[in-house]
Design a protein around this ligand. Sequence first.
Ligand SMILES: Nc1nc2c(ncn2[C@@H]2O[C@H](COP(=O)(O)OP(=O)(O)OP(=O)(O)O)[C@@H](O)[C@H]2O)c(=O)[nH]1
Ligand SMILES: [Mg+2]
Length: 412
Amino acid sequence: MKIQTPKSLRLQIAVFGRANVGKSSFINAITGQNVSIVSAEAGTTTDAVEKAMEIAPIGPVVFIDTAGVNDTSELAGERIKRTAAVFGRADVFVVVTESGVWGEHEEKLREEARERDVPLVAVVNKTDLGGTTDDFRERLKKITPYTMECSCIDNAGQNAAINAFRDVLVRCLPNKSSPLEHPIAADLIPVGGLAILVTPIDAGAPKGRLILPQVMVIRDILDGHRTAMVVGDDEYLSSLSILNKNPDMVICDSQVVNKIAEQTPPDIPLTTFSILFARLKGDLEILVRGAAAIDTLKKGDRVLIAEACAHHAAADDIGRVKIPNLLRKHTGLGDGDLHIDTYSGRDYPAELERYSLIIHCGACMLTRREMLLRIKDAVNKNVPITNYGVAITYFCGVLDRAVDWRIKCVKD
Ligand SMILES: Nc1nc2c(ncn2[C@@H]2O[C@H](COP(=O)(O)OP(=O)(O)OP(=O)(O)O)[C@@H](O)[C@H]2O)c(=O)[nH]1
Ligand SMILES: [Mg+2]
């Protein structure tokens, strides 16, 4: 089975602009595939359409085609909402326009990009219909240093657009902007060092393979020229005994963190896959501090459990069953004493102030930028925020130990 880069770890390139300027044509030209329907009728694209590809030398990216939002049709309100939902995800704002056109609409998009501190690429499309004036070029240059002109109507124009876009993208991305540039574990292990990965193979493990976070950690360690040794929890102790030196780090599944912590000498840094992903996807410092708020919960408090994907809830669903049960058991607050609201999907309550604590999922469906925005929002509203992996380790009483590597390892 081919394991692909998850969408949330790809560089998110969002394409905005008025209706009919050629946003979908532009994406089709760059990706070389007809992913988006193109038509002469304004308002063709009604929902965000996504297309993943690799752009050398940038790496995995995903294009998000959005609906043009300057039309007055009945659907416009809904469209505006959907397009606005893309703002928070975008690592790059591409604004497609036509020669001579840069008005209120484009300025509003520029403002959205500026607020989020993401680069803005201005694409002047349809140059076949008439050249761009020097005046307009000068005007655009003052708006953003990242501009390009193209025509997406024929093959020659499409090929030229690909090269021009690649050049502008390389220029506008700071060296470290690809989310893949954030290491997961490799930077915590010395070069040439060894990590033991403890992955219990129980009834819950998928048949015949490892789960994606485990695979990603292994790959990250290999990319960093470190060594990974993968063992089941029952083989962990014997694996330690056959080594002629201590491992530089032990990374285990949250389910077995108690057992592995007991079996690991205190001078060996120990953590969990979830905590590494909390570091990758969010602000670990804040999430760890948020977990401490579990012990301050009192009768009448409200807790928000936020899940980024709308999956079908199983009987032992983590967000609906496991975490609420652990929370009630830990705090001693029963059904009537503690109100627990669960939100899932891109749905997220605006009035966070009513909550005493937010427990977020691992955010595998969200980008780092989106998760950081949610964290920032909570911090601004003074609401402690933590996540599933960090909270579970806290409930187990080993969170201090599992984040202790921040002192013992190379600093991140
Ligand atoms: N002449 C010319 N026409 C183009 C070019 N690019 C796109 N078009 C045409 O412009 C029209 C709109 O193109 P789309 O790609 O659907 O535009 P869009 O911005 O995605 O439109 P909405 O999804 O409705 O917002 C189509 O008829 C395209 O064929 C170009 O470079 N030159
Ligand atoms: Mg379109």
